[in-house]
Design a protein around this ligand. Structure first.
Ligand code: KIV
Ligand code: NA
Length: 264
């Protein structure tokens, strides 16, 4: 199996082939998604509110994300593994971003990193790229800036569409190898996709992007409750686990597990 590299994604864009990206935070999900042929696995800062029990992505730290990232890189053979730089670990300066990115690569084996922001992150993207760290940018709605943006809302509607385009062009010019667009109108994301040479990856950004990404707990139904409009549910993992846990508990209480075949 050949490892997917950043240039492969660009070549897929040039051929008009779309690619799939999912989050992953541990060995068995990573290995399963890799086996399924998912091209890109993101160890998202969404681990904060999908693995570590926080309400948002803001509290998660580099020290918490590194072991999860290491688990994913160790458990995949083909997928490109992206380390997601958490809030506060890169915004202060390009140097801070570089030091953090190097930890993801050296200590966790990440193949590249993702950071949130457009024009304002050009310095970070330039230094990282120059220093051997491929960068995936993330524009549109950027969850780490939830409080600055005034909550979860679509970005780039109406006459603010130009700002999305400017951000996309700025991160491409700074050296980003791909850009995630989150909660952007489909036609705006389509225009960005046509005007950029690097691949775009949508989440709530319509079907004209070069790739798509979803948080797996949302898409495969481990998380229950209110889901964003852009999520499609492909499975009911919560239901599978709930039924299995109840069946196990019933067996234990009834004395039917373990049976003779499980007993030495
Ligand atoms: O952390 C995350 O899961 C993300 C994706 C949804 C793009 O940043
Ligand atoms: Na993220």
């Amino acid at each position: 199996v050949k490892r997917i590299r950043t240039h492969h994604l660009r070549e897929m864009k040039e051929r008009g082939e779309k690619f799939a990206m999912l989050t992953a935070y541990d060995m068995y999900t990573a290995a399963t998604f890799d086996e399924a042929g998912i091209e890109v696995l993101l160890v998202g800062d969404s681990a904060s509110n999908n693995v570590l029990g926080n309400e948002t992505s803001l509290p998660v730290t580099v020290d918490e994300l590194l072991p999860l990232t290491r688990a994913v890189t160790r458990s995949t053979r083909r997928a490109l593994v992206v380390g997601d730089l958490p809030f506060g670990s890169y915004q202060r300066s390009p140097e801070q971003a570089y030091d953090t990115a190097v930890r993801f690569m050296k200590e966790a084996g990440a193949h590249c990193v993702k950071l949130e922001g457009g024009r304002e992150m050009a310095g970070q993207i330039e230094l990282l790229t120059r220093g051997g760290v491929p960068v995936m940018a993330h524009i549109g709605f950027t969850p780490q800036s939830e409080h600055a943006l005034g909550g979860y809302r679509v970005q780039g509607r109406g006459d603010t569409a130009q700002r999305i385009l400017d951000d996309a062009k700025a991160v491409e010019a700074a050296g980003a190898f791909a850009v995630v667009m989150e909660m952007v109108p489909g036609d705006v994301a389509g225009q960005v996709t046509r005007e950029l040479s690097i691949p775009t990856i949508g989440i709530g950004a319509g079907n004209q992007c070069d790739g798509q990404v979803l948080v797996w707990q949302d898409a495969f139904g481990l998380r229950t409750g209110r889901m964003a409009r852009f999520v499609k549910q492909y499975a009911d993992v919560h239901g599978v686990l709930l039924d299995a846990a109840r069946a196990y508990a019933d067996d234990v209480r009834a004395g039917t597990f373990p049976g003779p075949e499980h007993t030495f």
